[in-house]
Design a protein around this ligand. Structure first.
Ligand SMILES: [Fe+2]
Length: 213
């Protein structure tokens, strides 16, 4: 099965220093005490109105993955739409029938092998992430069949920073902490037809980067 593929969306991220500045001024301050998650996260968008975007307890209980809302609304964190209009454009290009939210993620420690089973179960490489720091073609993030199986390090080609991986059936992690590497984790309920077309086209285009396990 396809574990990882770059995605055929040509998109240039905003200036990295601008993103880093935003991140460092706005990341959630109580993430670890609220969720136990050891990375740093900075919310970009939420399906709910949020009072304090730096408070993980406001964001996390509210992100529900499994139900379509009748009247979906996306709220953006303060400053996002003005500072980073490219992000809003990108979210519109992703094959979601309902966009749920997004956040910047900076790993500051090793991410242990795990899998996520949140939404879009059975839809192949369903987790769409985006690299927004200049860490192309550097080993860190890997996919693997199980806890002690071979790790396949992913390659993110320059010019194509959007990638998808199968986070439901397979496992993944990051065991080399790259200096201030920032990705965007995108969440939503997929439009299956658009999703599979994009995956098929991308797998054909990026044959040499695709990881099949
Ligand atoms: Fe994960």
């Amino acid at each position: 099965m396809i574990a990882y593929t770059p995605i055929d969306i040509k998109w240039s991220p905003p200036d990295y220093n601008k993103i880093k500045k935003y991140f460092l001024e706005n990341y959630m301050t109580n993430l670890s005490s609220t969720t136990g998650y050891s990375s740093l996260l900075c919310a970009i968008a939420s399906p709910h109105d949020v009072t304090n975007w730096r408070d993980a307890s406001e964001l996390f209980p509210e992100i529900k993955y499994d139900t379509l809302r009748e009247d979906p609304v996306t709220y953006f964190a303060p400053g996002i739409t003005n500072l980073f209009p490219e992000l809003v454009e990108l979210f519109n290009l992703l094959p979601f029938k309902q966009f749920i939210g997004a956040m910047f993620n900076m790993h500051v420690s090793e991410l242990a092998t795990h899998r996520d089973r949140e939404v879009n179960i059975g839809l192949g490489p369903e987790r769409y992430n985006v690299l927004v720091s200049p860490h192309y073609e550097q080993d860190s993030f890997y996919v693997t069949q199980n806890f002690n199986s071979k790790k396949y390090y992913t390659t993110i080609p320059t010019d194509y920073p959007v990638y998808a991986f199968n986070n439901n059936d397979l496992y993944h992690g990051a065991d080399i902490v790259l200096d201030q590497r920032i990705i965007i984790v995108c969440m939503g309920i997929l439009d299956e037809e658009r999703h599979f077309k994009l995956i098929n086209d991308s797998v054909k285009k990026f044959k040499e980067y695709v990881i099949e396990i």
